[in-house]
Design a protein around this ligand. Sequence first.
Ligand code: UD1
Length: 423
Amino acid sequence: MAKYLVQNNGPLRGEVVISGAKNAVLPLLAATILADEPCEILDVPPLRDVDVMCRLLRSVGFDVVEDYRVGRVIVSPQKIINDEVPRELVKQMRASILAMGPLLARSGRAAMASPGGCTIGARPIDLHLKGFRAMGAVTTESADPDAPTVAEAKQLMGGRVYLDFPSVGATENIMMAATLAQGSTSIENAAQEPEIVDLANFLNKMGAKIKGAGTDSIRVEGVPSLHGATHTVIPDRIETGTFMVAAAITRGDLTIHNALPNHVKAITAKLLDCGVSVEETDDGFRVRGDLQPLNPTDIKTMPYPGFPTDMQPQFMAFLTTVEGSSSVVEKVFENRYMHIRELQLMGARIATEGNNAEIQGGYGLKGARVKATDLRAGAALVLAGLVAEGVTEVSNVHYVERGYADFTGKLKRLGARIEKVED
Ligand code: UD1
């Protein structure tokens, strides 16, 4: 198993280019199942999760060409030979569930093992299934965790779906399935994340009729078929936020290219609250944590446009370095505090009660042996290691590599001391 050795090498300075968004490219790839013709996706980041989604597409019968030298994936439709997604792929990546809506719409049946929980929470799929049923599908779940969940409908029909929580994945799955339903579908209390808008833009290029993506009310007029399209993935707003926080935590000065200010407003607002300078440039930001002493702040994670749960661990790592008392409230996942124990091993003073965390910052972090418990927790520990005294060993780095393209390379070019070593 590989680990990172991270050492404090002073403030990060320089320029970094943000990659295409992991959470956008996964649904885009799943959506290619709906097309009758080849689709081309550009600015695809070289990530393990992307590769898993490509394997999934092959497993159901599609021809997929991945070329990461130019960041391009071409998916060519064949006859769907398998409407059952291999269990091994679903277990490796929860986002495999995003293939269920397209498979159901395209082949009349989709079967998939339950993705199950993960370290950050239970992560059920009830809202996805509720949406499929609202479009006339019959869903079958088994008490046996090894038996797949099945959704079937010869022809999906338009329906009305109200989501009890604005789930990103459920909104995407239902929106994709609805493109080939007969009649119109409405999704109320829909998630509004930029990745949903990106997916709707791609589907509309393929001939779908979707309105309202990016609001809480999405309408989809079903069409008989979708054709091929070319689409460039939006920049990764969580990678952007992570490098913004890297500038702040190291009191550095970073110019971040290929970033969209509108997608990270909540992160920018909180950095500004702390006294970090964030200036928009032609294609991103210049972020400076070196201009004045920084202040503590309070954050609460919410569905978009609120503060993203996927930035909570990294921001918490930063707040441990700011003198004074800060608070964090996690409202999206019930168990997204696994990084706190690791930060405490590094000397951070954090007290928790339920989903509230109180941070007494400014006491200095010390290098320690810590474990990435999930993707963003791993990023937070790397950021903490950049300012800790001594060496920080971060294990389980395969999590980090699921979601950050060339993380160590990008950090090194900004002056960080970070090495990947095999255990
Ligand atoms: C997506 C992101 C993930 C991010 C999350 C929240 C991708 C590939 N992943 O995950 O990085 O952390 O959004 O911004 O885009 N829920 C239910 N029933 C359901 C579905 C979800 O109760 O059927 C609950 C979950 O348990 C969780 C909350 O809704 O508490 C948010 O989950 P959701 O928005 O669905 O996250 P994902 O789409 O899995």
